[in-house]
Unconditional design. Structure first.
Length: 459
């Protein structure tokens, strides 16, 4: 029994409970000609709330604990000596069993693994069937209870509101727990890295070469983990991107809100926002096929030496990609400014340009700062465009015509493929992620202070 059938059963049962409880409440209201304490909609929602969660709980428990329950049963059913005694080899054995059961590629195939895969598939199918039966039984039981509870004095609305409050609390707890888990995972791996590499060397070192030798007596056996070239490359490309995105996006927002006619705005705004839906790999192709050759030819015409992969090409294309974020959010911020402010400025004799510069922009500054923060966070976290147009070389340079790399590109390259999480090379990716997280947090704090300052002034 596929798990999607269980999920569909749960949702369909919730919909049926909603309809039955809703119709039951309407019938009671019509028969007794009385006013119910709660609307029929609330009775229907309470029926759905009582029916759906138990099935989702069964499904979630099976998804989390299914393998943990089935794997020991599979291993115990195999003949003595068929299962490796070493824990690492046993995990590899189980991985091959799972791959064979799911018709995927396994590292090796043996009769014992095929036997275990058949048993594993059978037990998993039985488990999914049991979960479906439990979901169906709980849905029937809770649905019958919900229909029976429908009565003129039943406070369904209070229970529904309480249920939604618990749901919101649960979502908030999940969001907070996820953030805490991310921070703790970064901290744990970063501390392991800093136990091997000095934080001073990492934060202030000028040479980045994380490749380590296989033997201690080889050259470069310890690697070089000075991350300053990565920070410089990230800053350089982000500055170029923001130099393109901020003025173009802000000016576009001002034009569309203050000068463009309704017809022009209805056409220009959607066309501009289409840029936000273009995949970043397409921007990467555009950078290496169009922008990079153009930058190289223009530089050579001026007598400059330009690399085939440059920070200028990557930053310019990244800025084009970020324009819709800056433009759309700035547009919303300017539109939200009370019209009385601009009307008062114009009534006092200010020109339209003076009103925009001295009234609208300062009043909309919290939203514009938020747009800038989102745009720069997008620029700092971009990977594909940089990897394709700027290269992977960790060069310490401020020349935008040379190849550079960024923190995110290095994180991807360090964690690509099979990696051992007990080496400084792999752990350095987590240290880079921690630095990136800290920088983003600092940007949020600064932006929040700016927003609070100007919000107090204009509200």
């Amino acid at each position: 029994m596929p798990l999607v059938v269980t999920l569909a059963t749960c949702l369909l049962a919730g919909g049926a409970a909603f309809v039955l409880c809703h119709q039951r409440a309407l019938a009671l209201e019509a028969e007794r000609r009385c006013t119910l304490h709660s609307r029929p909609f609330h009775h229907g929602m309470l029926g759905a709330i009582l029916v759906i969660p138990p099935g989702l709980v069964f499904l979630l428990v099976w998804l989390m604990a299914g393998n943990a329950l089935v794997n020991p049963m599979v291993l115990d059913a195999l003949p003595a000596g068929a299962v490796p005694a070493d824990p690492a080899l046993r995990d590899l054995f189980l991985n091959d069993v799972h791959n064979i059961a799911h018709d995927a590629v396994a590292s090796s195939t043996t009769p014992a693994k095929e036997q275990a895969a058949a048993l594993y598939a059978e037990l998993m199918a039985r488990g999914r069937t049991i979960v479906w039966l439990l979901t169906l039984a709980s849905a029937l039981l809770m649905g019958a209870l919900a229909v029976r509870k429908v009565a003129p004095g039943w406070r369904a609305r209070s229970h529904v509101e309480r249920g939604f409050r618990y749901l919101l609390i649960g979502c908030s707890v999940v969001a907070i727990a996820t953030t805490v888990g991310i921070v703790l995972s970064l901290l744990q791996q970063s501390l392991d890295f800093f136990a091997r590499v000095s934080p001073i060397e990492f934060l202030f070192g000028l040479h980045w070469s994380p490749q380590t030798a296989l033997r201690a007596d080889q050259v470069g056996s310890s690697g070089a983990f000075g991350a300053v070239p990565l920070f410089t490359g990230t800053l350089l490309i982000s500055v170029i991107a923001m130099a393109v995105a901020v003025p173009v996006g802000l000016m576009s927002a001002i034009y569309m809100t203050q000068y463009a006619s309704r017809r022009v705005r209805n056409v220009a705004k959607p066309v501009l926002e289409i840029l936000a839906g273009v995949p970043t790999v397409v921007y990467g192709f555009f950078a290496i096929l169009v922008v990079a050759p153009w930058v190289r030819e223009a530089g050579e015409a001026l007598g400059l030496t330009v690399s085939s992969q440059s920070a200028l090409a990557a930053g310019a294309v990244m800025g084009i990609m970020i324009i819709p974020f800056m433009s759309s959010l700035s547009d919303d911020a300017i539109t939200a400014v009370p019209k009385s402010l601009s009307d008062g400025s114009l009534a006092l004799g200010a020109t339209k340009a003076e009103t925009i510069v001295q009234v609208l922009i300062p009043a909309a500054l919290p939203g514009i700062v938020g747009a800038f923060l989102l745009a720069i966070s997008r620029a700092i976290g971009e990977t594909m465009i940089v990897a394709m147009a700027a290269g992977l070389a960790a060069n310490l340079t401020a020349n935008p015509l040379e190849a550079v790399t960024t923190v995110t590109v290095q994180i991807v390259s360090l964690l690509t493929g099979d990696q051992e999480f007990d080496s400084a090379k792999t752990l350095s990716a987590f240290a880079l992620g921690l630095v990136l997280f800290t920088v983003t947090l600092a940007l949020n704090v600064v932006a929040l202070r700016v927003v609070r300052k100007y919000r107090e002034t204009y509200e």
